[in-house]
Write a protein that binds this ligand. Structure first.
Ligand code: NAD
Length: 368
């Protein structure tokens, strides 16, 4: 039976990337019944919102979705579809594996880190007030005037529930994926209440994994330096929202940048797969950008669906294309204006050809 998956093409370069993603996933032989749902600035006029209710209903119904990047228009009053989707569906985990592939230019080799970022709380909760708002004045009064009068205020909520469930996800992920260690990261020496609570919750959760998974703590500033100096010391890293956002870009940088950094958002029984990068609007319609990050996100989706063999076949074909360095987009060439760079769809076709060759090889071997 086919899996039913919601596919949100997104906007900017999203639709051309997601067309390639669909072709490559279909070529693995896994039967997927794609339910296309439009979201983003292009549909906002028609539906009065960039995130029509049908999109949310589709994800809730199918439980699995894959999404192209979506532009957040500046100054329209529409909030980010990406943030709204995570909030509406309570996708509290943002999982970002950062793995080195041969042929991807980077200062480091053999990196294999996983960043687990809390996705719903912290300074991203969207609770903030401008200078002079009654709420800002009230917080300033409560602070006994330790806050300057001309301050804008953002609130940083960190809950025991939110912290426990993200740390538990990190440990369960470590167990399931044969990882050895979970590192919790905050700035608890300064934010004793909020970040202190995150560490308290993490220690409590860690107790149930004693003897199975190692647990340690780091402060975010020190962690940034350590990751640049000795990334091999780390394995699974779990963080509150803001530190997680920043650190996952740092880790993407360790393995070659946004073009190859996949991601997944998980809630209870729901999963939405998407790359870290945005809609790269200046390249829209040019068949130019790298589909790899979205393809690797699709590979994570196949793993989530239990199609591990298909996921490995796809990863192997992608890795071979990277290592060969021929049928890759401009950003993976030594020089960005390299005339041998191929387009988004050609890179996808080369990956499909690689999977087909691999599938044919054992059969040919048997005949011989
Ligand atoms: P971006 O990721 O779109 O682009 C940053 C840089 O990386 C640009 O130079 C771009 O050309 C390049 N780039 C991005 N993806 C690439 C790819 N696949 N292949 C090759 N090069 C690539 O970030 P931005 O310009 O800050 O954001 C553009 C829009 O995307 C904004 O509206 C932003 O809000 C939105 N955005 C969406 C998501 C999402 O949908 N999850 C994530 C980030 C940004």
């Amino acid at each position: 039976m086919a899996y039913r998956v919601t596919l949100i093409p997104g906007d900017g370069t999203g639709p051309e990337i997601m067309k390639t993603v669909r072709e490559v996933v279909d070529a693995t032989g896994v039967k997927i019944d794609w339910e296309i749902q439009e979201a983003g600035a292009d549909v906002a006029e028609k539906y009065g919102t960039p995130l029509p209710p049908a999109v949310l209903e589709s994800v809730r119904r199918n439980k699995v979705a894959i999404k192209g990047p979506i532009t957040t228009p500046i100054g329209t009053g529409f909030r980010s579809v990406n943030v709204a989707l995570r909030k509406e569906l309570d996708l509290y985990v943002c999982l970002r594996p950062c793995k080195s592939y041969k042929g991807v230019r980077s200062k480091y080799q053999d990196i294999d880190l996983v960043v687990v970022r809390e996705n719903t709380e912290d300074l991203y909760a969207g609770i903030e007030w401008p200078v002079g708002a009654p709420e800002s004045k009230e917080v300033i009064r409560l602070s006994q005037n330790r806050i300057r009068e001309d301050s804008a205020i953002s609130i940083k909520p960190i809950s025991r529930t939110g912290s426990r469930r993200i740390v538990k996800f990190a440990f369960d992920y470590a167990v399931k994926n044969g990882r050895r260690k979970v590192t919790a990261v905050t700035k608890a020496n300064i934010m004793k209440c909020t970040d202190g609570l995150f560490f308290d919750a993490a220690r409590e959760v860690a107790k149930s994994y004693e003897g199975k998974i190692e647990y340690e703590e780091r402060l975010i500033d020190n962690m940034c330096m350590q990751l640049v100096q000795k990334p091999e010391l780390y394995d699974v890293i779990v963080l509150p929202n803001l530190y997680g956002d920043i650190l996952s870009d740092l880790c993407a940088g360790l393995v070659g940048g946004l073009g190859v950094a996949p991601g997944a958002n998980y809630g209870d029984g729901l999963a939405v797969f998407e790359a870290i990068h945005g809609s790269a609007p200046k390249y829209t319609g040019q068949n130019k950008v790298n589909p790899s990050a979205c393809l690797l996100s699709a590979m994570m989706m196949l793993e989530y669906l239990g199609e591990t063999a298909a996921a490995r076949r796809m990863e192997q074909a992608i890795a071979e294309i990277f290592a060969e360095g021929r049928s890759v987009t401009y950003d993976m060439k030594p020089h960005r204006d390299d005339p041998t760079a191929v387009g988004t769809s050609q890179m996808g076709q080369a990956i499909i050809a690689g999977m087909n060759r691999a599938a044919a090889a054992p059969a040919a071997g048997k005949k011989a």
